[in-house]
Write a protein that binds this ligand. Sequence first.
Ligand code: MN
Length: 136
Amino acid sequence: MARILVIEDNPANMKLATLLLLNAGHSVLSATDAETGLILARSDHPDLILMDIQLPGMDGLAATALLKQDPATVAIPVIALTALAMKADQEKSRLAGCDGYIAKPLHYQELYAVIDSLMAAVKGSASSTTSSDQQP
Ligand code: MN
């Protein structure tokens, strides 16, 4: 399965996300702030990142924008997590470069479905050299 980096400052949300991912057979790296998450993304190159949008200090959108500007991390799919299930936030996360979007509270079916579809998309485009980051 996948190695997934979870960047989330809320302990209850982190615990839930970690549990759901481990139950699905994934391995989990975790960070509670964007700065630590960026370091882990560059050093450990996870297969996918779950990115809380509201973080202390640098927010998840700024962190995603940095990941998508860095050739070393641009290919890692980023799923935005936000409690603010508003159209404007979906649009903002898309503009920041997020590849997917999940509103909290986390529902396992939705989490697994988004991860599966992104991992399938990554495999499908593995031989492609496209630089497009406009995946739905
Ligand atoms: Mn948060």
